[in-house]
Design a protein around this ligand. Structure first.
Ligand SMILES: Nc1ncnc2c1ncn2[C@@H]1O[C@H](COP(=O)(O)OP(=O)(O)O)[C@@H](O)[C@H]1O
Ligand SMILES: [Mg+2]
Length: 338
């Protein structure tokens, strides 16, 4: 059995709009191993959600098209899978949790009805057995009085509790991969941390791989093994979480790190941040897409799009013409190293 659970290769997902073709995801490749927790970070609009939706088979034609690429999930070619088989994968072997639980929960059905429906759909069990599994899954996400809360409607739960329900729903079928797209962005910081802790502990118990999407590098810091940084539809840097946090090689990652709230902020001035705004993914700049915002850009950065390639650290890849010569360290109170 291969260690690689998911392999995404040169994925390009475009949308036809009145303004032109939106190249939302434009040449993204990465893998997720069994049990790996991978973080995806990047500013809003960088293609994080469209990457997830492409994996889930939720890109809606004709406007949305996966124009090229391959998505291999445990030997299954997801892009070629008939819809009825894809339906079994979605919510069964791959579960997804969205930012706003109210968009995924139906307000007119009880939590129990919705959980039981998912369980019956994906597991070969009777309704009464499904109800027991449903109650257990609410207990797993630490919802008090789980059996009786099954009969409550979504509006009877707080925002944090609803997100716990979504996690219960996502994990109730023991997926091999859990995709969580900004699962806690709508919640306050304390609840956010509790819910992430809980979600990742449950995933750990089950050996579930996790793809955690967030615009906040701070969120992945404590939770992910590996991180990929996305910018304007592409991955600009990828590596172990500690490589990215302590030895960022792309000026964009370095800027994101500088703008994040760090626990060890006492030793750091937050001097660097990313100036300007991301480009339109309809009219992408020539060459490096980050070039207009980059303090280190040279002529070559205008001429050629840098490809994601190896760095001097194994497993740490970067898409920057200047990565090898720049020494991007976070600015410390002892002064700037540059
Ligand atoms: N259905 C759609 N139609 C047109 N453009 C879309 C659609 N979905 C996403 N986009 C565009 O694709 C780009 C990437 O979006 P998305 O993946 O949602 O970004 P994020 O990184 O914030 O999750 C954005 O420019 C967004 O406006
Ligand atoms: Mg998104």
């Amino acid at each position: 059995m291969s260690d690689v659970l998911l392999a995404v290769d040169d994925l390009r997902t475009y949308f036809a709009t009145e303004e032109g073709v939106v190249r939302a995801v434009d040449g993204v490749s990465f893998t997720i191993n069994r049990g790996e927790r991978r973080g995806v970070v990047g500013e809003s609009g960088s293609g994080k959600s469209v990457t997830a939706m492409s994996i889930m088979g939720l890109i809606e034609p004709p406007a949305g098209q996966i124009v090229t690429g391959a998505i291999d999930f445990d030997g299954l070619n997801l892009l070629e899978l008939p819809e009825d088989e894809m339906r079994k994968v979605r919510g069964g072997r791959i579960a997804m949790i969205f930012q706003d639980p109210m968009t995924s929960l139906n307000p007119v059905y009880t939590i129990g009805q919705q959980l039981i429906e998912t369980i019956v759909l994906h597991q070969n069990v009777s309704k009464s057995a499904a109800r027991e599994i449903a109650a257990q899954s609410l207990a797993d996400v630490q919802i008090p009085y789980p059996a009786s809360r099954l009969d409550d409607f979504p509006h009877q739960f707080s925002g944090g509790m609803r997100q716990r329900v979504m996690i219960a729903m996502g994990l109730s079928c023991n997926p091999e991969l859990l995709i969580a797209d900004e699962p806690t962005t709508a919640l306050d910081v304390t609840t956010q941390a509790q819910i992430l802790d809980l979600m990742l502990a449950l995933a750990d118990d089950r050996g579930t791989s996790v793809l955690l999407i967030t615009h906040d590098l701070g969120v992945v810091a404590g939770f992910c093994d590996t991180v990929q940084v996305m910018y304007a539809g592409g991955i600009v840097e990828s590596g172990s979480a500690s490589d990215i946090f302590y030895d960022p090689k792309h000026p964009y990652s370095w800027g994101l790190l500088g703008s994040m709230t760090r626990l060890d902020a006492a030793q750091m001035h937050r001097l660097n941040s990313v100036r300007g705004a991301p480009p339109s993914v309809i009219n992408l700049p020539e060459g490096c897409r980050f070039r207009p915002r980059c303090d280190f850009a040279l002529d070559v950065c205008r001429e050629r799009l840098p490809l994601l390639g190896p760095s001097d650290v194994e497993g740490h890849t970067v898409a920057c013409h200047r990565a090898a010569e720049l020494d991007l360290k976070l600015v410390t109170s002892e002064g700037a190293p540059r």
